[in-house]
Design a binder for this molecule. Structure first.
Ligand code: B16
Ligand code: MG
Length: 226
């Protein structure tokens, strides 16, 4: 078993709950186009890029637009989204996220972001955790969307580590698949049933620590070695 030296975090659903802001903004767009979207449909948008999310929304409404019009619609949604996250602060960090980040830093291990969002820097800065990241890989740097492992492979590379030396925290099925396919240890954050392909699942990050994560991983390998 490799020593874990790098911790790669998805953003929405792991560090902050921006899904509710995405939902409201997509819903406003859908309503303006004459239809509605449900919270269940919003689940399918988690971890999905802005462009692909728009395609999904338009498919729900059964409406087609030209590529140029789609760019305008995505920009419009993003302007509402950016407005809604403009007042975010550290109170919106999800339980345990800050403590775990501090623990990783204290142990001199490395941290990268691995997010689809093109607004990640803004969110990390407004929640006060930007400086804790050694690398930030997000939708402004990637060409492929999860479940493609690119975002995490770029994260490991930026940390100068091999995938086997890194864990990935993810709340989406596509993100867990991306981590697994890239050769990372995947830790699902959320429902055990939904994220059953992760190496293991935590309900959230509260109460966890580098030590506890290392122990879970070492137990996992002990079982595999038997
Ligand atoms: P933006 P993650 C994802 O974040 C969100 O879950 C997803 O709903 C959103 O469409 C995507 O970021 C792109 O976000 O419009 O800000 O570029 O989970 O990959 O951190
Ligand atoms: Mg996510």
């Amino acid at each position: 078993m490799n020593k874990i030296k790098g911790y790669i975090f998805d953003l929405d659903g792991v560090i902050v709950d921006t899904a509710k802001y995405h939902y409201n903004s997509w819903r406003t767009l859908a309503n303006k186009l004459g239809f509605d979207i449900t919270e269940e449909q919003n689940e399918n948008l988690k971890g999905v890029s802005r462009k692909e999310s728009l395609e999904y929304i338009l498919s729900i409404g059964g409406i087609s637009f030209s590529d140029k019009e789609k760019i305008k619609l995505a920009e419009l949604k993003n302007s509402w989204y950016v407005e809604s996250i403009s007042n975010m602060n550290d109170s919106e960090l999800l339980p345990g996220a800050l403590n775990l980040l501090k623990d990783i830093k204290a142990q001199k291990l490395r941290i990268s972001l691995g997010s689809a969002s093109k607004n990640s820097v803004r969110i990390l800065k407004s929640t006060g955790i930007y400086d804790m990241f050694d690398a930030i890989i997000d939708g402004t740097k990637t060409t492929e969307s999860k479940p493609h492992p690119q975002v995490f492979l770029m994260g490991a590379e930026a940390l100068k580590l091999q995938p086997e030396e890194c864990v990935v925290f993810e709340d989406s099925i596509n993100g867990v698949k991306a981590a697994n396919d890239g050769g990372f240890i995947s830790i699902g954050v959320g429902s055990e049933t939904t994220l059953n392909h992760a190496n293991f699942v935590l309900p959230d990050l509260s109460g966890t620590s580098v030590k506890k994560i290392e122990k879970r991983i070492s137990n996992m390998y002990q079982i595999l070695d038997k």
